[in-house]
Design a protein around this ligand. Structure first.
Ligand code: HEC
Length: 225
């Protein structure tokens, strides 16, 4: 990987405000962000809401409790300040409509397809990328899960990350997913997380390519940032 490109990509990452949620060194703020803000497929986020009325206060035996647990064992309350409004309420960010936690970005080079539904998927060879980072789609059949995992073919990390940050390419990936009734039924579409690094967001194709190289370089030892 060209390390100058990775360094320039780190600057793009900051400039595009990615680092406000994906905070170094683990590239997450460990927070759940409301659905209204993230706007990825809502089905899984909303599936948690019904749990709210089932919650009971969290308790814990003291750490010196022996096993088997004696009848008079001491029980502690687990504090939930800063996590949820009361001990029996779902964590902040989930209520009122559901939410998703910021994913760590370490190991992205291994973890395509992207987003919680895995809907942002592009097969290797579907894009032609020139030396300025400008791309054209050369094989539409490789877009979305229809063109990748549904055929037992892996999603390519660099191409799928391009689809994550480029709204025009993402629209094509979403279209491919939505044309597949099985994917629609499973709530897999690759929508949302509308934080783009593309021309409309004021970035050129070189900057987009640098950002992708930076994202691909985030391994277990991403260095200082
Ligand atoms: C408001 C907070 C926020 C901002 C700003 C943000 N993200 Fe995210 N990011 C998230 C959340 C939350 C998820 C998980 C969403 C999901 O899976 O539905 C996520 C997921 C991702 C993923 C997918 C990871 C995976 O393993 O599937 C990547 C890659 C990513 N973000 C990169 C970026 C980049 C690049 C930017 C800047 C252009 C950015 N994010 C801006 C909150 C944010």
């Amino acid at each position: 990987m060209n390390s100058n490109s990775v360094k320039r990509g780190a600057k793009v990452f900051e400039k595009a405000n990615c680092a406000t949620c994906h905070i170094s060194p683990f590239f997450t703020d460990n927070k759940i962000h409301p659905l209204d803000k993230i706007r990825t497929n809502p089905a899984r986020a909303q599936s948690r809401l019904a749990l709210n009325k089932l919650l009971v206060p969290s308790k814990l035996y003291t750490f010196n409790t022996p096993v088997p647990i004696p009848a008079n064992a001491e029980v502690l309350d687990i504090p939930t300040q800063g996590i949820s409004d009361t001990p029996t309420t779902l964590p902040k960010g989930i209520l009122p409509k559901g939410g998703y936690k910021t994913t760590s970005l370490r190991g992205l080079y291994l973890s395509a397809p992207y987003l919680h539904d895995g809907g942002v998927a592009v097969r290797a060879g579907s894009l032609n990328v020139n030396s300025n980072g400008r791309f054209t789609v050369v094989d539409k059949s490789g877009l979305g899960l229809t063109g990748t995992l549904n055929q037992g073919i892996a999603a390519d990390a660099a191409s799928s990350l391009r689809a994550l940050v480029d709204r025009d390419l993402r629209a094509l990936v979403i279209k491919a997913n939505k044309a597949n009734p099985g994917l629609v039924f499973s709530n897999i579409d690759g929508t949302g997380h509308e934080f783009y690094v593309d021309r409309q967001a004021g970035f050129n194709s070189n900057q987009q390519a640098d950002l992708i190289n930076f994202l691909l370089a985030l391994d277990d030892n991403p260095g200082s940032f």
